[in-house]
Design a protein. Structure first.
Lengths: 332, 291
């Protein structure tokens, strides 16, 4: 695609993104506290999904161990609260990203030596090392009881926690998450459209050719792995104050499956797919849990149907439909 | 001395159930190149069906006949496998392999809740069988007879599966398909049928594993996921797609678990995963990889 054509195709996307952003800014005024907090969870998960998709969609690596980085972000914050008595959200964000990034850097050294199924199993196995530590070292991590995290101070203590926790989460904290979500999305957009991002896509499409044109495949994969882990860690750090508690469940591998679900539901071949998927999944789960105890069955059926009939995911399918509408079928 | 023997028997008991689960997982991967994430839940399904069938039959049948009733669990899991492969997996063979993995993950979610739906949240037990065999004393130790039975089943299954894969005509077809699916197809092997049969056989092994442990452990929700993770460790150590690997991997994991429970209970799982990671680091495709 020529630069001009790329700009032309990016413009409507950015316009649509701006519209969605205006909608997101208006959420706390338009909807109930409960709804706003649900959207807030969706935004947090969307950050994790964006990070995850740098590996699956752009590098072609299917990880089943991203709970490790989400959990690492969350537990870093919780441990800082417990042992250092930190209260600043900015510090939490930085520490969560660094903590998850460090673990991803370490695990990545082992994992990026493999691709395909072995990559999946290895990421899974390593994430379960962290899970069993979070579960078993209960004198540090609280075991299955987890660790409590009080509402933090935002913006270098300019905003102190409000009296009413729900109010705080639905207004101040919501906007805090929204700002970081926008920043994370912008950074990810720059990453995937940078030469580095293009190199990752070259690796995804043909590893051998990428190697031949001088891409250092393994190093690029490792960097992608670390960036992906850091984004997921950011999501974990933002999630903890929202949830108020972190338990080993978020390090357990079904949580990795949930992140995979976000991305597959939205579509991993589009930039916006993971965001759409995370928001949609969050609503799906919230309502499925409300209606039936067999919500996992509902989710499983949706998942199987998506894999069978909509391999492009929600966003990918919508994008395909739009493109077909805009460009009428060529005359035969 | 007697504690050592007990520990060895415990390890063999673990190894035996692990082999039953992991061999099916490995077989399916070896032939179809699919890692079935729902495999653990088929194991759990076998356990539930077996416990349910034993519960129904316990009052009417003599206890020795209940061992045959256990097989119902294995057959039920096999039937589910025979149903799933043609309907949900076959349409995906033309797609990138990620989709097959994703499909089995969806099946994992569904099966987990189907079991909750059918049998409710409370565990099922079939302890009539393990009670019936009592304890056996030999060489200064007293050991549950049923655990010895499980060890025997594991050994018989390993030998039987090995003979089946390496000595029978069907085994040849299985191995041919596994090595080169297109070439096997060109030589007149009905690959579609081999796939169904291999998947069904894999599920049968998982179901047998579940059925055989249910008199001891009972059938509980979540048992499938725990088993799957351990089976992954086994096949990663042994090498995916290799039966010998599954046997050796199961023995290693069995012994490490027994040691772990005695000496490092807190980090037992972490140690197992670390062993798997180290093996992958040193021998990327596992100890018994063929390729």
């Amino acid at each position: 695609m020529s630069p001009a054509a790329a700009r032309r195709s990016a413009a409507p996307q950015l316009a649509a993104a701006a519209l969605v952003l205006i909608g997101l800014v208006a959420v706390p005024w338009l909807f109930s506290t409960f709804q706003t907090i649900t959207v807030c969870y969706g935004l947090v998960f969307a950050i994790a999904a964006l990070g995850y998709n740098l590996l699956l969609g752009y590098t072609g690596l299917l990880s089943f161990g991203h709970s490790a980085y989400f959990g690492m972000g969350a537990y870093t914050v919780a441990l800082l609260v417990k042992y250092m008595e930190w209260t600043s959200m900015e510090a939490f964000v930085v520490a969560g990203v660094l903590g998850a990034g460090a673990v991803a850097a370490l695990f990545g050294i082992v994992c990026v030596r493999y691709t395909r199924i072995f990559f999946g199993i290895l990421t899974l196995a390593l994430s379960q090392v962290l899970w069993s530590l979070a579960l078993k070292l209960f004198w540090v991590t609280g075991g299955t009881d987890g660790l409590r995290v009080p509402t933090p101070k935002l913006f270098f203590s300019l905003l102190t926690p409000a009296e009413d926790k729900l109010e705080f989460l639905a207004y101040r904290y919501y906007y805090y998450v929204l700002i970081l979500f926008v920043a994370a999305t912008a950074v990810m957009w720059l990453i995937v459209h940078s030469p580095f991002g293009k190199a990752l896509q070259a690796i995804r499409d043909n590893e051998t050719r990428a190697e031949f044109v001088g891409v250092q495949v393994r190093r690029y994969r490792w960097v992608a792995f670390v960036v992906s882990g850091a984004f997921t860690g950011l999501a974990g750090a933002l999630w903890v104050p929202l949830n108020g508690l972190t338990t080993p469940d978020i390090v357990y591998w079904p949580f990795s499956g949930r992140i995979v679900f976000f991305v597959v539901l939205g579509g991993f071949r589009t930039f916006w797919g993971p965001i759409v998927g995370a928001m949609a999944y969050n609503y799906l789960e919230t309502y499925a849990v409300g209606y039936t105890v067999y919500w996992q069955l509902v989710l499983g059926i949706v998942f199987v149907l998506i894999v069978l009939t909509l391999p492009q995911g929600l966003a990918g399918t919508a994008e395909g439909l739009l493109r077909r509408m805009r460009r009428p079928a060529p005359a035969t | 001395m007697d504690t050592l023997l007990t520990q060895i028997l415990n390890s063999l008991f673990y190894a035996s159930t692990l082999f039953l689960i992991a061999s099916g997982l490995s077989l399916v991967y070896g032939v179809m190149r699919i890692v079935n994430m729902a495999h653990g839940n088929l194991y759990a399904f076998g356990a539930y069906v077996a416990a349910w069938a034993v519960g129904l039959a316990a009052s009417t049948l003599h206890w020795s006949l209940l061992f045959i009733v256990l097989l119902v669990g294995a057959l039920a899991a096999a039937a589910v496998g025979a149903l799933l492969e043609p309907t949900l997996l076959r349409p995906l063979y033309r797609r990138p392999e990620e989709y097959q993995l994703l499909m089995t993950f969806g099946l994992l979610l569904i099966l987990e809740d189907v079991m909750r739906l059918v049998w409710g949240p409370h565990p099922l037990t079939a302890s009539a069988l393990s009670d019936a065999l009592g304890s056996i004393s030999f060489m200064g130790v007293t050991y549950p007879g049923y655990n010895l039975f499980v060890i025997a089943v594991g050994v018989v299954a390993a030998v039987g599966l090995g003979a089946f894969v390496y000595r029978t005509r069907f085994g040849v077809m299985l191995r041919a398909t596994s090595q080169n699916m297109r070439m096997a197809s060109a030589l007149g092997i009905d690959v579609k049928r081999v796939y169904v049969q291999a998947f069904t056989l894999g599920c049968l092994m998982a179901g047998l594993g579940g059925a055989i442990v249910v008199p001891i452990q009972g059938a509980v929700l979540g048992m499938g996921i725990d088993a799957l993770i351990l089976a992954f460790v086994v096949v990663v150590i042994g090498g995916l797609g290799s039966l010998e690997g599954a046997a050796v991997g199961a023995l290693i994991v069995g012994f490490v678990r027994t040691l772990g429970i005695t000496y490092f209970a807190e980090v037992e799982l972490a140690v197992l995963y670390l062993i798997a990671a180290v093996v992958l680091f040193v021998r990327p495709a596992g100890l018994f990889a063929r390729a």
